[in-house]
Ligand binder design. Structure first.
Ligand code: SF4
Length: 308
């Protein structure tokens, strides 16, 4: 199969983004991740498969879905409920009868050439700094697709970036790097036991990949990020340990502290079978300015010069 015909499941394409790299960007969220962070902001991206979804806010109560065999749709009081986990339900038939898109899938498959064509349409808005960012999920979860897409974008003259957790084989990172202008790499927790507890996986491979990136010739093209999850990653010890580790590799790396978005919990309600492991009731507000400044000072004291 030609590389341009390789396909992958895409959960979302966000256009005109200003948060996923330099300039104005089109961000492609690929489905599939090999971490299961308890606080995941994009839980719909964890599974690599296209999943059925019922969106109650779009339902107008027309009742057409009640006629579809399989028993997934039922009337509950004066509302309709459609069970996306119902065994034997013909979800494709349900999506066809639903006039509003309340019954739908949470992703669709795109080929490399389709995504390059979409990016080309946004090209006028990219300017000199903008371009395409691959996010997820984990964009390197499908390494051959990611490399083919990045290569095709670069060959089309489009700036590329990836947002990765780096929990993949080093060869996949280095192959992607050949066609990537900037890498945004997560470093969530330095303690391996805590990392395993909160993400379902150890961090040995992530730290090894960070070492390769931050001691290699492209180290100036890497930004390391820590999402500040209250009570999990936002402790002084964790930030100090991460910053010390990074400073030992490359003190000039840009290190970014990302504030937590407590709104993600609502996404889990649309994903039956996937549990939000972070306690909802305890969702504290995002960190305030003074605490963010404190954490930045800790990272700087550990030896990093550029902390955002
Ligand atoms: S067909 Fe769609 S809009 Fe109509 S009741 Fe069913 S879910 Fe709601």
């Amino acid at each position: 199969m030609a590389e341009s015909e390789l396909s992958a499941n895409v959960v979302d394409i966000r256009r005109f983004s200003t948060h996923d790299g330099g300039g104005i960007r089109t961000t492609i969220f690929l489905k599939g991740c090999n971490l299961e962070c308890s606080w995941c902001q994009n839980p719909e991206s964890i599974s690599g498969k296209v999943e059925p979804v019922f969106l109650p806010s779009r339902c107008i109560g027309c009742g057409l879905c009640l006629e579809v065999p399989g028993g997934a749709a039922s009337r509950v009081g004066d509302r309709i409920y459609v069970d996306a986990t119902r065994v034997g339900a013909d979800w494709e038939a349900l999506t066809r009868v639903c006039p509003t898109g309340a019954i739908t899938w949470n992703a669709r498959s795109y080929t490399v050439s389709e995504l390059v064509e979409l990016a080309q349409r946004d090209r006028a808005f990219f300017g000199t700094d903008g371009g395409v960012t691959l996010s997820g999920g984990e964009p390197l979860f499908r390494p051959h697709f990611a490399a083919a897409l990045l290569r095709a974008l670069k060959q089309a003259g489009i700036n590329t970036a990836i947002e990765t957790a780096l929990n993949v084989r080093t060869e996949f990172v280095l192959t992607a790097l050949e066609w990537t202008d900037h890498v945004f790499a997560d470093c969530k927790l330095l303690d391996v036991a805590a990392h395993r507890r909160h993400t379902g996986s150890g961090n040995e491979r992530i730290l090894a990949n960070l070492e390769v990136l931050l001691t290699g010739p492209r180290r100036a093209d890497v930004t390391v990020r820590t999402p500040l999850i209250p009570g999990v990653t936002d402790g002084d010890d964790n930030i100090s340990a991460i910053a010390s580790f990074l400073a030992s590799l490359y003190p000039d790396v840009t290190y970014e502290l990302l504030n937590y978005n407590p709104l993600a919990a609502a996404k889990y309600d649309l994903l039956p079978g996937r549990e939000f492991l972070f306690p909802r009731d305890a969702n504290p507000p995002m960190l305030g300015r003074s605490r963010l400044d404190e954490l930045k000072s800790i990272a700087q004291a550990a030896g990093l010069r550029y902390v955002l």
